[in-house]
Design a protein. Structure first.
Length: 122
């Protein structure tokens, strides 16, 4: 069973399976959690606090912060295009999200994934 991510603000609590979170995007003091099933939860929690809560619950490095306004679930990365400043997250069946991120942040992410892939056992 997937670990649950629990986010609580002054007015509400959201509890979701970690493996269903596609990405979290910041908008000022708000953060939107976008799920694989298409649902979206908007909370009055800054992205830095979301990142801290995720790291307290999830021990692997599945969730990665990209720039100032985005946390992604690496399990859903299907394309990284730094030159076009585009990141595609998909399960290759039911959903497809194209996100914009800085060229430098995507370049770092691409290099990190490439380096990690080169060190996986065959």
């Amino acid at each position: 069973m997937s670990k649950k991510l629990i986010f609580s603000s002054a007015s509400e609590l959201v509890s979701v399976p970690a493996d269903s979170v596609v990405y979290i995007v910041a908008d000022g003091n708000y953060s939107s959690i976008v799920m694989a099933n298409g649902s979206k939860y908007v909370l009055t929690i800054q992205l830095g606090q979301m990142e801290k809560r995720i790291s307290e619950r999830i021990e692997d490095n599945r969730f990665v912060r990209i720039g100032k306004s985005l946390i992604i679930n690496r399990d859903f990365i299907t394309q990284i295009a730094p030159s076009r400043q585009r990141l595609t997250l998909s399960d290759c069946r039911d959903f497809h999200h194209e996100l914009s991120a800085s060229r430098e942040a995507l370049k770092v992410l691409k290099e990190f994934i490439e380096k990690e892939t080169c060190h996986e056992p065959d």
